[in-house]
Design a protein around this ligand. Structure first.
Ligand code: FAD
Length: 403
């Protein structure tokens, strides 16, 4: 990279530009910089200002496709070694993951359990009474069996994005907060750079859009429109009663459509997990505050699984927008002009996948050769009617699950 710098401090050239300072953009920037590329990342607000900073940040391997399990498994391995890899902490906490099935869904449960085991996930099959011993506050009377993944956990999503960004800087990348990319520049079917609001042009032959809920519209200025829609996601924080006992593990209730995990020592974070089409939003902007009635509704839902949570103290919450594709898997591809890459449509799974997706997309952008795991995630799969399909569908219904 030639080291010419504009008066604003923004270089005039780079090997690669990354747009967006969420967990994806920062992970991609770090992986590109480690490969020796001169990388500049632009974030229009501040690192982790988007979905990343609002994420539940659950990291689980419980997926219904081999592809999803593999991406999650590699990413979980990375999260557990985040500090050794990057020299920064993401505060990953191993909690374990529990999810149950009812009698009628046992065949689906067994198939999913086998799929997880065949992919090397350390999943244990529990009886309801085993689970009650392990998680005394959990209501298990309607469950016929449960799966336990002892390796799952959660991280601090803000620390994760900052950790990746700081590690990228150590590798020579430049990261600019408060710099909005206003257009993608092209010539003769190739990317030539980006225009930065108030800071002129930067030339680069690779531009990676990891701008979260803004990627679809930014890409559409130079490439065919991507099939991404926005769905409102809500998260509440509840202070557990003092006699609740030990913090509970991550729990997915496929029947009540809720998930929960500990938040620090005393609180529980809970959210809805279905992409109900009635929640589709016309726009992608965040609606950050959560009405008290929604927080109480989330508490009521959670209390069906953890009855002691009826006495939990609401401590607020927030809403964000999920970027959802028709098959709930992301689009990780080169689209439109040569040199334009997108990482979008994470459908509520983006945080946990960010280490491995960052690695794969950086490989693609740096070498021009698409890594094999990205083939099923190509943009053209929707037109080709080759959507990602479940290898073993989740027990308990047909709704798509997030996060
Ligand atoms: C409520 C909620 C709960 C979730 N829970 C989980 C979970 O438990 N586990 C999980 O795996 N996933 C979860 N997700 C999903 C996950 O958080 C997202 O998939 C992930 O954070 C997306 O990261 P990103 O980097 O792609 O996007 P973002 O974090 O949104 O980052 C994009 C960034 O791009 C910036 N930007 C946009 N346009 C421009 C521009 N023109 N120029 C410069 N910068 C720009 C934005 O300011 C933003 O900071 C959740 C999401 C929500 C909303």
């Amino acid at each position: 990279m030639r080291d010419t710098v504009a008066a604003s401090g923004v270089p005039r050239t780079a090997d690669a530009v990354v747009v967006g300072g969420g967990c994806m953009g920062t992970s991609i920037a770090w992986h590109l910089a480690r490969r020796g590329l001169g990388v500049v990342l632009f974030e229009k607000s501040h690192v982790a200002a988007g979905a990343t900073g609002h994420s539940g940040a659950l990291v689980r391997q419980h997926y219904e496709t081999r592809l999803g399990i593999r991406l999650a498994r590699e990413s979980l391995t990375f999260f557990r070694r985040f500090e050794e890899e990057t020299e920064f902490s993401c505060d990953f906490r191993t909690t374990g993951f529990l999810s149950g099935t009812r009698e009628r869904d046992l065949p689906a449960f067994e198939a999913l359990f086998e799929l997880l085991r065949s992919e090397g996930v350390r999943a244990d099959r529990l009886t309801p009474s085993d689970a009650k011993t392990m998680e005394p506050q959990l209501e298990v009377s309607d469950y016929a069996a449960l799966v336990h993944d002892p390796d799952a956990g959660y991280a601090d999503p803000i620390a994760t994005a900052h950790g990746f960004a700081a590690a990228a800087v150590v590798e020579g990348a430049k990261v600019f907060d408060d710099h909005e990319v206003s257009s993608i520049e092209t010539r003769s079917g190739k990317v030539t750079g980006v225009k930065i609001h108030g800071a002129g042009l930067l030339s680069a032959e690779r531009v990676v859009l990891a701008a979260g809920n803004w990627t679809r519209d930014l890409a559409a200025t130079v490439a065919p429109r991507l099939p991404v829609r926005y769905v409102r996601g809500e998260v509440a924080i509840l202070r557990r009663p003092v006699d609740f006992g030990a913090p509970p593990r991550i729990h997915f209730d496929f029947y009540g459509n809720t998930y929960s995990r500990p938040e620090g020592e005393k609180d529980t974070l809970t959210g809805y997990m279905n992409t109900d089409p009635r929640k589709t939003m016309p726009r992608h902007e965040f609606v950050e505050s959560l009405p008290a009635v929604t927080v109480r509704d989330l508490r009521t839902r959670l209390a069906k699984r953890f009855p002691r949570m009826n006495d939990a103290q609401p401590r607020g919450g927030w809403a964000g927008a999920y970027d959802v594709t028709p098959d709930s898997y992301p689009i990780l591809d080169q689209v439109g002009p040569d040199g334009l890459f997108v990482a979008v449509g994470f459908s509520g799974h983006g945080f946990k996948l960010s280490p491995e997706v960052g690695r794969l997309l950086a490989e693609y952008a740096a070498t021009g050769k698409r890594p094999k795991p990205l083939v099923p995630l190509r943009a053209s799969r929707f037109a080709e009617k080759q959507l990602v399909h479940a290898d073993a569908p989740f027990p308990g219904g047909k709704k798509r699950r997030i996060p």
